[in-house]
Design a protein around this ligand. Structure first.
Ligand SMILES: NC(=O)c1ccc[n+]([C@@H]2O[C@H](COP(=O)([O-])OP(=O)(O)OC[C@H]3O[C@@H](n4cnc5c(N)ncnc54)[C@H](OP(=O)(O)O)[C@@H]3O)[C@@H](O)[C@H]2O)c1
Length: 299
């Protein structure tokens, strides 16, 4: 019987743990966890994400601060806001919603966030800590951290002897995901657009993670029978059956056929997606514990 992971349910369990941790911190030290979310411009999808993050932060019992800046904000103005947030002792996490409007450079902004407040896990210091296996010292990028919760709940903490294949080598997902699997003792292959015979490479995977951005690319005959398949892709495809001009979301995995072969699989939507915001909350409370000099909880 194939297990379809319910990402919403797992994310809700992480959020419950975050709420409990932030309450404990407040009871023991009087410190309230604080998250600042910054958005520039008018992109409707980004506004929806930011509202969801601010709402969830409040639900977790955090101080939640949202800065909504106009489209014409300059690089200097945005950099100055980050410096103010860096200096604000009541804030433990800073998130700048990406992508920024085209006239702004995101990299210098991300790198100007204090690494200990970089709850998106995108600062080079945090990426470097993940790369060197220092998982307790840095903040791990939210989507790979969320995908690893599924891996741990399926296979436990130690992946010794298991082969993992990650399709995709982005800094945002593929590379940190591979490093997290490696830190858990899996034997890891990173595949990408130049990989020869991708179906054969994938077929060797006990844990197959797809983060490509190509709708339903992974087919059933790429999947090793009994494998765990984690689909990170989010692709919008035409859905004429829902009416003219309508769309639906699919992953990078052809779900129905792969579910026949895999033992554990994540759906899209409702798989990895809900974990990203949950891990953002987890990173924020971890940052608050560290700032208070207390041992941070694990999620
Ligand atoms: N919250 C979430 O759930 C969440 C978060 C992040 C990303 N995502 C989704 O995950 C997907 C990947 O995101 P990303 O930011 O990592 O994307 P990305 O930066 O575009 O990277 C895509 C990777 O896929 C590889 N690739 C492209 N075509 C391929 C092919 N035909 N065969 C094998 N590999 C191929 C690319 O290889 P090269 O390096 O050789 O070009 C690249 O490494 C997207 O659908 C995105 O929307 C979801």
């Amino acid at each position: 019987m194939t297990t379809v992971i319910d990402g919403k349910q797992v994310a809700a369990s992480v959020i419950d743990a975050v709420k409990a941790a932030s309450q404990t911190l407040q009871d023991e030290t009087g410190i309230k966890t604080g998250l600042a979310v910054v958005i520039v411009g008018n992109d409707p999808a980004s506004h929806a994400y930011v509202s969801a993050k601010s709402r969830m932060a409040k639900e977790c019992g955090f101080t939640s601060v949202q800065h909504t800046l106009p489209e014409e904000t300059t690089q200097e103005e945005l950099a100055a806001l980050v410096q103010t947030l860096n200096a604000d002792e009541s804030l433990h996490g800073i998130l700048v919603q990406l992508p920024l409007p085209k006239h702004l450079k995101s990299e210098p902004i991300i790198q100007s966030i204090l690494p200990e407040k970089d709850v998106d896990g995108l600062h080079v210091v945090n990426a470097g800590k993940v790369a060197t296996g220092d998982l307790d010292g840095g903040l791990v990028s939210c989507t790979p951290a969320g995908a690893m919760v599924f891996v741990r709940r399926t296979h436990g903490e130690d992946l010794s002897g298991l082969n993992a294949v990650v399709i995709g080598r982005s800094n945002l997902f593929g590379k940190p995901m591979a490093q997290l699997l490696l830190a858990a003792n899996a034997t890891v292959t990173i595949a990408h657009s130049r990989t020869k015979d991708l179906p054969a490479v994938c077929h060797g995977a006990d844990i197959l993670v797809a983060a490509v951005g190509r709708p339903q690319m992974v087919k059933a005959d790429w999947v090793k029978p009994g494998a765990t398949v984690i689909d990170v892709g989010i692709n919008r495809i035409a859905a004429p059956e829902r009416g003219e001009g309508r769309f639906r979301l699919v992953g990078d995995v052809a779900f129905a056929e792969c579910a026949e072969v895999a033992e554990v699989i994540t759906p899209v939507p409702g798989g990895v997606g809900p974990m990203t915001i949950a891990m953002l909350m987890a990173n924020t409370v971890i940052a608050a514990y560290r700032k208070a000099g207390k041992k941070a909880p694990k999620f």
